[in-house]
Design a protein around this ligand. Sequence first.
Ligand code: SF4
Length: 146
Amino acid sequence: MFTNENKFNEPIFSISTAARILNISVHTLRMYEREGLFISFKNNSNQRLFSQSDIERIQCIRTAINEAGISISGIKTIYSLIPCWKIKGCLEEDRKKCDAYNNSHVPCWSYEHKNFCKDKNCRECEVYYKYSQCGAIKELIKSISR
Ligand code: SF4
């Protein structure tokens, strides 16, 4: 049975449709992906498909760039500060060897992980789909500092 959440997360839009909905070019959309601002879903034919949730994420990125004046590097830095090690409960010894824990330039899902996150599908990880969504980072910081 399909719930509203299923529909929201179902990848159904082609890249050209997504670009049209977002009123940006396919080139820009690909550039955001290369920069690690979002992770696209690819079907068996390696075709990128976008869900409504992806569209809203990218809309939020566009607002940050166009209205708040945050650069792409700035957005990547903000994502890199999400404490994925805390959310995923990584062990102290794993943290010491983890690029995502030790650097603050790019989101954790941009690294090629050798340890804990190796072989994980980042698109299905809560750090990506939950905590890096619009507004979620601030709520996360509030919950940690409570
Ligand atoms: S699985 Fe991917 S998104 Fe999740 S914490 Fe690891 S690198 Fe980050």
